[in-house]
Ligand binder design. Structure first.
Ligand SMILES: NC(=O)c1ccc[n+]([C@@H]2O[C@H](COP(=O)([O-])OP(=O)(O)OC[C@H]3O[C@@H](n4cnc5c(N)ncnc54)[C@H](OP(=O)(O)O)[C@@H]3O)[C@@H](O)[C@H]2O)c1
Length: 352
């Protein structure tokens, strides 16, 4: 909120169900002893005009006698889209819509909300750490980590941002992770395991820490029903995702998560799940750490003479889609930075 070039109030939407930024800014204004009448309000997203968890922002703006509202980006959701600015204009408020770089920057602030509003699906961000020789798994190496300490603490911060985090059953079995954001007062995301056969161990750390945040296990329709029931009994939620291929099951699960109001998913899985997400066309952003390490033991395919390996191969073929090597997707935007001794490449593939 600005009057005569001075900031007289500021606000942001701190949490779902809480005050919207506009009302928070008006409150801040009054707390400072300032009168908002006649001021200009700058907002990153079009003020809402409908009753949701909070009353319409347009009402508060009109009541406060704001003279001018500058809107950096439009609201893509059907129930909003243009209604707020229209009502403000009808109420005698001067309304300006930003364009160009400012509008683009404002849209980037709200990508999970925008994608969910336009598609009903969560925004998907993949995090992966790879070695200099392109490995994503340390196998039996003495340390389970590929990336360095600075990268890992950054990942803990990222975990506090999305509504949900997902891994495949591979790392759940290999590493028994907690998947919590280890920061004081961090918001804990829903923890999701893609686990076609409901193999998540009942004594896993994920299930032992349900008091910290819930766990959802995504199983295939032919999953062992007694194991699925045991997971439910242990307190996990079980979601059955149908689809002929691994990529189809990813899409089905994402649609279901979107219907539950999950607007952002942080994908921390290994390369099998990451490739199913890529094939399904559901990746919006990638954050890839390249660590200055070489990892041995190349992941050799099981030999045909190894009957156990053969059945594993068949199982994998049944569950994953064949890679489409013809596809080459170039990021819309990419940036590089060093994090400790690692390099982080952040790439955006879609904007909403
Ligand atoms: N470098 C990194 O950033 C990173 C990150 C995570 C893990 N890791 C390492 O990677 C290794 C595990 O690799 P991974 O490839 O097994 O991990 P993953 O991709 O997370 O898990 C793969 C498993 O997920 C299951 N899954 C269930 N639904 C799926 C679907 N729709 N699409 C694809 N997979 C689905 C599959 O088993 P079912 O079909 O039997 O359920 C599949 O074998 C571990 O050593 C771990 O430490 C590295």
């Amino acid at each position: 909120m600005v009057r005569d070039g001075e900031v007289i109030g500021e606000g942001f939407h701190a949490e779902l169900g809480g005050l919207h930024a506009e009302r928070a800014a008006l409150e801040d204004c009054r707390r400072r002893g300032e009168d908002p009448a006649g001021a200009t309000m700058y907002v990153s997203l079009e003020p809402c005009a409908h009753q949701g968890r909070q009353p319409p922002c347009t009402e508060a703006i009109l009541e406060a006698g704001i003279a001018r509202v500058v809107i950096a980006s439009e609201d893509p959701s059907e129930k909003a889209a243009g209604r707020g600015p229209g009502m403000l204009r009808d109420g005698g408020v001067e309304v300006e819509l930003a364009a160009g770089a400012e509008a683009g920057a404002a849209r980037l602030l709200n990508q999970p909300f925008r994608k969910h509003a336009r598609t009903g699906l969560p925004l998907v961000t993949l995090k992966l750490a790879i070695s200099l020789n392109g490995r994503t798994s340390t196998g039996s190496a003495d340390s389970p980590w590929i990336s360095g300490e600075a990268s890992r603490s950054l990942v803990h911060r990222w975990r506090a941002e999305p509504d949900a985090i997902a891994i495949g059953i591979g790392p759940a079995l290999a590493d028994d992770p907690l998947l919590t954001a280890r920061l004081p007062n961090a918001r804990q995301p829903l923890r999701i395991v893609f686990d076609s056969d409901a193999r998540l161990p009942l004594d896993s750390q994920l299930l032992a820490t349900l008091d910290q945040s819930p766990v959802l296990v995504v199983v295939a329709p032919d999953a062992d029903s007694s194991r699925a029931t045991a997971l439910r009994d242990a307190g996990a939620e079980v979601l059955v995702a149908s689809g002929a291929t691994a990529a189809d099951r990813v899409s089905t699960a994402l649609a279901d998560l979107g219907r539950r109001g999950i607007t952002s998913l942080f994908l921390e899985g290994g390369r099998t799940l990451a490739s199913a997400f890529t094939t399904s066309g559901n990746l919006d952003e990638t954050r890839i750490f390249i660590a200055p390490v070489l990892l041995g033991e190349p992941e050799l395919a099981p030999r045909p003479s190894d009957p156990e390996g053969e059945s594993e191969n068949e199982d994998l073929a049944r569950r994953t889609s064949p890679p489409d090597h013809s596809e080459r997707r170039v990021a819309l935007h990419s940036s590089t930075e060093t994090v400790g001794e690692d390099i982080l490449i952040t790439s955006r593939f879609r904007e909403w």
